[in-house]
Ligand binder design. Structure first.
Ligand code: PMP
Length: 349
């Protein structure tokens, strides 16, 4: 197997890993220092991160028994796959999508079954129902907004997936790492709206994107309490250290700031999209903090190198299945986005 890597190059403008371009709220560092001053460093942290889970539960209006927190949503996904597909299970997904879903599935010994997305990268209700019924994966992934395409699935697709996995006893996982960039609350659809104790639906979220905490490694899942209880049997004891837990609780006090940052990113995404429309590239509608684009009649990898030569780093997806010549740019600060657009125009000239 190959490992999972995103090449890091020393450049001025780094738009390759979908981080927040903005720092956490003002006063965050000072408040954190204060909290850490009173930590009992000789003691293990709260074993199942109870206080943090209570905070996350309050944010969503659910019980702490419906929340599991972990070191990034990657660890959430790993725990979930160990629990429901480890050894000889089956994992279903729609390609192209976030590479870690299949990567972790293979690492835990599961078989990966894949369906290809439509040319507009949507999955769609009919296709998801057919695929789930035919392949009967133990765990079926939907990623919405999808990485790296930015595609948002409509509620009917999520409902159809849920119905299909319920028929044979599978679990549906909706990865919503980028959900805050799809639109304003209230009114924006999230798979969380379909959750209850009887429904085999897990929704993954992260603090790495809209919450601006990629350095910390914190993510969580919302799920029926029986699924959370199973996952807690699998995850290592004390897996979430005290600093991560404290940072998470502190961050939850600044939910409004996270919403403001997300709105600023969405505005910049729309500006980027508008300018891309004036360049010889094809780009796809995105509900995330990045845009997938394909330079017309040009070699994607060569365009990527041309950008690097101008000190701008984007993600080179050009060799990924179904993404020939495609590149993915993360929405940065207004200044970074302008530098990216200027560099891209120069490369394509
Ligand atoms: N899900 C998706 C769709 C992602 O794109 C990413 C990060 N790139 C993650 C999960 C993982 O995020 P983290 O482990 O930082 O929470």
């Amino acid at each position: 197997m190959k490992g999972y890597h995103s090449p890091q190059v020393d450049v001025r403008v780094r738009l390759n890993t979908n981080e927040s371009p903005f720092a956490p709220a003002e006063g965050f560092r000072e408040a954190l220092a204060e909290r850490l001053a009173s930590v009992d460093w000789n003691r293990y942290p709260p074993r199942a991160a109870e206080p943090l889970r209570a905070g996350i539960a309050a944010l969503h209006g659910v019980s702490p028994d419906n929340v599991i927190a972990a070191n990034g949503s990657n660890e959430v996904i790993q725990t979930l796959l160990l629990t429901y597909a480890g050894g000889n299970g089956r994992v279903g997904l729609f390609s192209p999508t976030y590479a870690l879903h299949s990567h972790i599935a293979r690492i835990v010994g599961a078989e990966v079954v894949t369906a290809t997305r439509a040319p507009d990268f949507r999955v769609g209700a009919e296709a998801v129902a057919r695929f789930a019924a035919d392949e009967r994966p133990d765990v079926l992934f939907l990623c919405s907004p999808n990485n790296p395409t930015g595609t948002v699935e409509d509620p009917e697709t999520v409902r159809a997936a849920l119905e299909a996995v319920s028929d044979y006893g599978g679990v549906l996982v909706v990865d919503e790492a980028y959900i805050q960039f799809t639109g304003r609350r209230p009114g924006r659809f999230t798979a969380v709206d379909l959750q209850d104790e009887a429904t085999p639906l897990v929704v993954c979220r992260t603090f790495s994107k809209a919450w601006a905490l990629a350095a910390v490694r914190l993510g969580y899942a919302l799920a029926p309490s029986r699924i959370v209880a199973e996952m807690h049997k699998v995850v290592l004891p004390y897996h979430l250290d005290v600093m991560t837990q404290e940072i998470g609780m502190l961050c939850l006090q600044h939910a409004a700031a996270a919403d403001r940052r997300a709105a600023a990113v969405v505005a910049e995404r729309e500006r980027l999209a508008e300018h891309l429309s004036g360049l010889p590239v094809r780009h796809w509608p995105s509900g995330a903090n990045f845009i997938l684009f394909r330079p017309s009649g040009r070699d994607g990898a060569a365009v990527w190198q041309g950008l690097v030569d101008r000190s701008v780093l984007v993600r080179d997806c050009s060799s990924w299945e179904g993404l020939r010549d495609c590149l993915r740019v993360t929405v940065g600060t207004p200044e970074e986005n302008t530098l990216f657009l200027e560099a891209l125009a120069a490369v394509l000239r």
